[in-house]
Design a protein around this ligand. Sequence first.
Ligand code: ATP
Length: 338
Amino acid sequence: MVYKISLITGDGIGPELSESAVSILNTIHDKLDLKFDVTKLSAGDKALAETGKALPDDVVNTIKQSDACLKAPVGESAADVIVVLRRMLDLYANIRPAKSYPHMPALRDDIDMVIVRENTEDLYTGKEFSLGNAAVALRIISESASKRIAKYAFETAKQRDSMRKVTCVHKSNVMRVTDGLFAKSCIEVSKDYPDIIFEEMYVDACAMNLIRQPEQFDVVVTTNLFGDILSDESSQVVGGLGMAPAANIGDDFALFEPVHGAAFDIAGQNIANPSSFLLSIKMMLDWLGNKHNDSKCIAVGEKLESTIFDLVKTGVKTKDIGGDMSTSEFTKQITDNL
Ligand code: ATP
């Protein structure tokens, strides 16, 4: 099988990371005999300037016809690209792992947790308006979406080789109706999983505990905005945004992207860490392999991760994690070692 991959090349450091991703996919294609047909797509600030639309219709059509989408970070128009795609394709589960790698300048070197973020509701539905001299945003939480993401979190905990625990993070003492519903939905779903430990935690306590005792977390399930903030924090605990991949998963389709944004402050300098995007490719291979019952695809994903892992262990690193390698040099080391 040849996997059709749509690749949004993005803004800021996006094109540099995309070059790195294409080079890895080509190497896998040539050396490991796993075939890809990659179509590069333009969406984001550049597409907006050139076509008047941040997410042109033909880009959406090409994504829909592919087996999976890789998305490099997009700049100011991110909400018009990724938030729209998540809702349009019903990619309801945003999976953001935080895993320690050896020899990283990290707060902790023994962490293996994952944030399961609800991806379609909360304050991200774009329902904002002015009312007199005030500005109002609607926070939408439904029982169906909350139960769906809770189920995904428990299934994730079941499959992980870890402490089998789900922590539901919310702020129901203040947002009694919306987060009250989210917490209640998670509690109800937890009853179907008696073998998985379940706990609730307020979001402020979670933010503190991610620094104080991050080893207590296994799977964190939370709403859209809290998940966005907590995953930036958890990535820093294990070594920073340059090492943080993410997946947006629906029932039939999935999109993979780094947790970080377009990082305009380092764009065009060939110094960005491509690991976040390359580890997103690992997540994509895992998802494709499971979907198509393709054990080779899963094995290649594991090989890609261990190659990055081993390289960092030998001290070969990009600038953000204490090394001096450029994006292209680091990528070349991985393609040589694959
Ligand atoms: P967004 O709001 O779109 O998520 P942001 O404003 O939070 O974006 P990022 O673009 O995520 O900002 O970058 C935050 C910081 O992390 C910046 O200083 C940036 O240079 C650094 N950074 C992000 N990604 C990488 C990377 N892949 N390699 C090295 N440094 C990175």
